[in-house]
Ligand binder design. Structure first.
Ligand code: ATP
Ligand code: MN
Ligand code: MN
Length: 286
């Protein structure tokens, strides 16, 4: 798998080139591909590097080769989008060669687009939030998910927050899952109103951490586990195990340290699919 212009610098402050990005994705392919399987992707591409113009791209480009799998996905308002679905390491490396720095995934798969097999709560802190506080909030989400019979997993977004996700049996529609996530977030915010908010409007959040549940919708995405982020330092969205959260930063691991970590540690999310829970039961218990 050859990448054109491998010396092209994509992260100017870090000297990370397109070749490095391709190598990074090659290196994480084994642990990352299970999290991409069957999921329509949105690519975030930066052909001129992260300092240049970038865009979120849903439709696969015409010039993508045949062996990059695509699937035609109906849109809610009619029409279709031809999404990439990344099912092999070469395709992952090819996308890196297309300067797809970030990969974002749906919460459902092509097997059943209408029924999510994940629920995600995205913790969005305001400036100045201490990491300890953010960790505490992630654990509150964990505990509530556990109480209602789900199995929670956490990742550092590679940006400013953490994501708490739980696998689902696909017994509920997107609307129902979002309803559950909203109710769970509302419950947590009611218990801790000075610290947490579910307020969509930014100017009404004050200095509270936003529990963002809007990822849980048809055609919505969250950043894929092990996706590089288009930020200084070339951080990676890093799945964590719960004990590790106590010393983890939202920025996760940068590309150069992630490989080291992987040599020492298996993917904390590797058994996620074995622990799917019922969204309906969760709602009832909540
Ligand atoms: P952070 O921890 O810094 O918040 P994040 O990945 O959670 O990082 P958010 O801004 O909270 O970033 O957005 C959550 C997700 O929503 C993104 O990961 C992405 O999948 C999706 N998203 C955000 N903005 C867009 C956009 N303009 N177009 C498409 N998807 C988007
Ligand atoms: Mn976020
Ligand atoms: Mn968000």
């Amino acid at each position: 798998m050859r990448v054109s212009k491998p010396d092209k610098v994509l992260f100017p402050g870090d000297g990370v080139t397109k070749g490095d990005l391709a190598g990074q994705y090659r290196g994480v392919a084994e642990v990352m591909l299970p999290h991409l399987a069957g999921r329509p992707l949105t690519l975030r591409r930066f052909p001129d590097g992260i300092g240049g113009e970038g865009w979120f791209q849903k439709n696969a480009s015409e010039h993508f080769p045949d062996w990059v799998t695509t699937v035609e996905v109906p849109q809610r308002d009619g029409g279709t989008v031809r999404h990439v679905v990344c099912d092999n390491a070469d395709a992952l490396v090819y996308l890196a060669g297309q300067a797809a720095v970030e990969l974002h995934v749906w919460l459902s798969t092509v097997e059943d687009l209408e029924h999510p097999d994940l629920v995600v709560v995205d913790l969005d802190p305001p400036d100045g939030t201490g990491v300890g506080e953010l960790r505490t909030v992630a654990r509150r989400v964990r505990d509530l998910f556990t109480e209602v019979g789900l199995t929670p997993y956490v990742q550092a977004s590679g940006g400013r927050g953490f994501h708490v996700a739980a696998p689902l049996t696909r017994d509920a529609s997107f609307d129902e899952v979002r309803e559950f996530a909203r109710a769970a977030a509302t419950r947590l915010a009611e218990r801790d109103p000075d610290r947490l908010t579910t307020e969509i409007r930014k100017d009404k959040r004050g200095d509270r951490i936003f529990l963002d549940v809007n990822r849980n919708g048809y055609a919505q995405t969250f950043v894929a586990p092990y996706s590089v982020r288009a930020r200084a330092g070339a951080p990676v969205a890093t799945p964590l195990d719960w004990p590790e959260l106590g010393r983890a930063e939202p920025a996760g691991y940068p590309v150069d340290r992630l490989r080291n970590r992987m040599a020492r540690k298996a993917d904390p999310w590797r058994d996620l699919r074995e622990h799917a829970g019922s969204a309906h039961d969760a709602m009832r218990r909540l």
